[in-house]
Design a protein around this ligand. Structure first.
Ligand code: IMP
Ligand code: MG
Length: 180
């Protein structure tokens, strides 16, 4: 099992992210909204590390990807809209891949009346991200490999792992040191 980020590195990475956010928000309250389900563990650990006033909520988005011709086109369906009017909004996701999901949500969120909208992700696959969109904050840049753990899944599995590891769907999970 090839570790991409160990549990220790996640802890220190999230702690330094918290310090950067404290500097950015200068004591102002922030509404942190985590995209379900991938950002749940990240959200839980980040809010406990932050020393500024925080509220948090979650957002379930269904992203329907088009065919190759419309690659990156994502329709976002939002059920519950978090109360962000008049607040600084920080959107969290596990990973920024093409950027389609976070870009669509960011555009939606701008219409919700937040004072500001920023994004933070654990991982950034920079080489795959469409031009013109980048995360405001990220913990680690990674190459184009598939990863699972700490919120990231393969067919809804492996989100519970305390670290992030590479995963090859063409090889049986047990042979990669993962529960099958
Ligand atoms: P994007 O819209 O292309 O940026 O994709 C973001 C979403 O794709 C993430 O929220 C993940 O659910 C999923 N994703 C992208 N890369 C990976 C990966 O390596 N492992 C697990 N999920 C991934
Ligand atoms: Mg996912």
């Amino acid at each position: 099992m090839r570790t991409v980020i160990s549990a220790d590195e996640l802890r220190t990475g999230i702690a330094s992210l918290a310090r950067r956010l404290e500097t950015h928000y200068q004591g102002q309250p922030v509404m942190i909204v985590g995209l379900l389900n991938g950002s749940l563990l990240f959200l839980a650990d980040l809010v406990r590390e932050l020393r500024i006033p925080v509220e948090y909520d979650t957002l379930r988005v269904s992203a329907y990807r088009g065919e190759a011709t419309t690659a990156g086109a994502v329709r976002v369906e939002v059920g519950h809209v978090p109360p962000v009017r008049g607040r600084h909004l920080l959107l969290l996701d596990d990973i920024l891949d093409t950027g389609a999901t976070l870009q669509a949500v960011t555009e939606l969120a701008r219409g919700w009346g937040a004072l500001s909208v920023r994004t933070a992700v654990l991982l950034w696959k920079r080489d795959r991200t469409r031009a013109g969109f980048l995360p405001d904050e990220y913990i680690r840049e990674i190459p184009d490999v598939f990863v699972v753990g700490y919120g990231l899944d393969y067919n809804r599995k492996y989100r519970q792992l305390p670290k992030i590891v590479e995963f090859d769907p063409s090889i049986p999970a047990a042979r990669q040191g993962l529960p099958s």
